[in-house]
Design a protein around this ligand. Structure first.
Ligand SMILES: [Zn+2]
Length: 135
């Protein structure tokens, strides 16, 4: 998808922040965020940023990558869960050897460059997860 600079600027919050809403009526978490709770219909919801470490739930390796993504082959895609809020996200898993992948692997969210639009000068990033570095 081509992005113009103004469109890119307007969507930066959605592209680079991971957010959910908590319903003040039923206390359930809604992800992706919505102005209306999908469990009880209340509009009394509070937006919050999802952060911290996540755990790998399941994954797959994609070998038939789309054009322009050959450099990432194989693309590892997984479902990760943030234990504190229960939000589950489908995202790319990066910086990992396929043999390291296991259920419960602790992951940290990062931004990774995915493409460049030379004409507009836009460098696009996407949310990805990598194994938590040992300190
Ligand atoms: Zn609710």
């Amino acid at each position: 998808m081509k992005y113009s600079i103004p469109r890119y600027w307007r969507s930066r919050r959605n592209l680079y922040r991971l957010e959910a809403v908590k319903c003040r009526s039923c206390s359930k978490i809604n992800y992706p965020p919505s102005t209306t709770c999908r469990y009880c219909g209340s509009r009394d919801v509070e937006l919050f940023e999802v952060n911290g470490l996540a755990k790998l739930i399941t994954w797959t390796a994609v070998y038939s990558e789309p054009e322009g993504f050959e450099v990432f082959k194989p693309i590892v895609v997984g479902v990760v869960e943030f234990p504190e809020c229960g939000v589950r996200v489908l995202a790319r898993i990066t910086d990992v050897d396929l043999n390291e992948l296991r259920e419960g692997l602790v992951l940290e969210p990062i931004l990774r460059k995915i493409s460049e639009d030379g004409e507009a000068g836009i460098i696009r990033y996407s949310l990805a997860f990598r194994p938590k570095m040992k300190e």
